[in-house]
Design a protein around this ligand. Structure first.
Ligand code: ADP
Ligand code: MG
Length: 316
């Protein structure tokens, strides 16, 4: 079965851990083992990943250098896609038998220059600051900053993906049996001019939204988003929270306002879009649970057959 698997931040770095080479290496090896197990079971995987912490770190490094060397966000997005793609490909090759084909495709994502997202930055990138630090850095570097979890972070424009520039090549690789890593960090955002010429733009596309488009356009039979929670909760964070086991897109979308815009909201929206547009299921769950998610035993499964919500019972 062809599956698009989107890896969240925890696959690359545990929440709260420093973005050191060692920490990232350890997290990526764990992720690669989980993915390799699914491949060895006979599934074809297309793997995508986020880049929030990494692209933010690269932006800080770029600002710390000579002024004329400061790089725009599209270039930093490309750097982060190369960085993470390389690390993931290496770990996956090491976890698979010799001869397994794995290739990373540096991917560009087409966005609309008139997208309203360019005037309302929402996507958090880089480290978490306290409020004073964040506001000082915002004034210094002309950033937008916003609260994220317990701290504050830089936020950048996150336009909707309209197309994947390399989709035909990605599909050729999939057909040839290659495990493809692509659309990292949501892909490098580019706009097409009236003459069709592409130009990179200052933005970071949401990886869940691009992964959904990729899942549709690659003909995936399942779209899985792996993160650091076991599934989608209703009343998340409250004593009454309960994890959804099975849901239909309409039943889940009815609660859309309850899902946080910077985290679970985009995943739920991407899952619902995939199910509505293809009739195939989508799943949201924890990285370590991939095998059980594929067996329908863990995670939140969104599929056309479930027009009501069902919940996991007992302590989770
Ligand atoms: P990723 O890097 O995997 O995309 P995100 O931080 O964007 O990670 O999304 C996962 C996070 O969403 C979880 O760690 C959890 O704290 C948060 N979250 C917010 N609302 C919910 C919810 N309703 N159910 C489950 N998790 C939620
Ligand atoms: Mg996210």
């Amino acid at each position: 079965m062809l599956i698009v698997v989107a890896l969240g931040g925890n696959a690359l770095l545990r929440r709260g851990e420093r973005l050191s080479a060692e920490n990232q290496h350890r997290a990526i090896i764990t992720a690669a083992r989980v993915l390799a197990a699914a491949i060895l079971k006979g599934h074809k995987l297309v793997i995508t990943h986020g880049n929030g912490p990494q692209v933010g770190l690269l932006a800080l490094q770029s600002l710390a250098g000579p002024v004329e060397g400061a790089l725009p966000l599209d270039v930093l997005g490309a750097e982060s896609e190369g960085w993470i793609g390389y690390a993931l490909e290496l770990a996956l090759r090491n976890a698979l038998p010799p001869g397994a084909e794995v290739a990373t495709v540096l991917t560009q994502t087409l966005v609309d220059a008139t997208d309203v997202a360019f005037s309302v930055p929402t996507k958090p990138i880089g480290p978490v600051y306290d409020e004073n630090q964040a506001k000082r850095l915002a004034a210094e570097h002309n950033w937008s900053v916003a609260p994220d979890g317990k701290g504050w972070r830089r936020v950048v424009a996150s336009p909707q993906p309209q197309g994947i520039v390399e989709i035909a090549s990605i599909n050729r690789l999939i057909s040839a049996g290659v495990t493809v890593i692509c659309a990292g960090g949501g892909g490098i955002p580019v706009c097409a001019g009236a003459d069709g010429c592409l130009t990179g733009v200052e933005a970071v596309v949401d990886k869940d939204a691009t992964s959904e488009l990729l899942a549709e356009q690659s003909g995936a039979a399942l779209f899985v988003m792996l993160t650091d929670v076991g599934g989608v909760y209703l009343d998340y964070g409250s004593k009454a929270q309960k994890m959804i086991a099975k849901a239909g897109p309409a039943a889940l979308a009815a609660h859309a306002a309850a899902f946080q815009s910077g985290s679970m909201g985009p995943k739920v929206a991407a899952a619902c879009n995939f199910v509505r547009h293809t009739g195939h299921p989508a799943a949201i769950g924890a990285l370590g649970d991939l095998a059980e998610i594929l067996a329908g035993q863990k995670g939140t499964i969104i599929s056309p057959g479930h027009e009501t919500l069902s919940y996991y019972s007992g302590a989770l």
